[in-house]
Design a protein around this ligand. Sequence first.
Ligand code: NDP
Length: 280
Amino acid sequence: MIKNIFDTVTLANGVKMPRLGIGVFQVEEGSELVNAVKNAIKHDYRSVDTAAIYANEEGVGEGIRQGLKETGIQREELFVTSKVWNSDLGYEETIAAYETSLKKLGLDYLDLYLIHWPVEGKYIDAWRALETLYKEGKVKAIGVSNFQIHHLEDLLKVAEIKPMVNQVEHHPCLTQEELYAFCKENGIQLEAWSPLMQGQILDHPLLKEIAERYQKSVAQIIIRWDLQKGIITIPKSTKEHRIIENSSIFDFELSGEDMKLISGLNENKRVGPDPDNFDF
Ligand code: NDP
């Protein structure tokens, strides 16, 4: 049973990761960013997702510090994720990139560090670096992002430590059923990016009808659907009222029938790049 915003998923190594977090993609350094992270913490979010390429780790760090100060909670109660960018994939480069992210965030460890994209010929060396960081106790959990089944199979052949998380695009138009099943079989937790399809799915007539029945917003219905599927989700908003709205999802439950209706919207449609065909 999913009870509240403090609910966690236990990753393969025993680390507990919050089921709901806030994402900060496309939020530039500045007060909007700092306030979004601070407000999320004030409204009981315990997980923040950033990446080196978002070029906002300093503001995220400042938002975290302000959030901790205002709420009195401890760093250990938060779960912070960042990701190594493609140009830093390589053993030494990835270790150095981790240190740079820590410095920018002003933290002495991350809870989760991910390989952002599966760049052919590069992600295995980067994975070795993540394994080293993990074994040295510098990061609590390690994982990947945008990995398809064949990327995971390739990695699992040589990995000493299995990735604990795979963060991928996931929303009602892209339900990733095969990848979901593969990850489940292999003890890899799936995490949804662009869970709201970057806002492009919020006018969908079926979702609006379901939302009306539960007296909830479409965003709340989708976030709840993620959680009931057992998928970690990190909707992005910089607006305090939406930060509150996106986490007000613990007082209702979608029926099995509605869960199926939402999953039935799948069209294998992406808003982001295709992990099998990207050139960055
Ligand atoms: P989302 O699907 O979370 O959608 C964000 C958009 O929806 C924003 O425009 C936001 O606007 C709007 N929105 C949020 N809540 C509501 C609401 N309740 N009602 C109406 N509109 C709403 O998109 P993202 O691409 O940001 O994905 C979420 C996170 O996933 C990212 O921030 C990032 O951390 C991660 N990510 C990871 C990727 C990867 O490759 N690993 C790639 C892309 C994202 P506003 O802010 O104005 O409220």
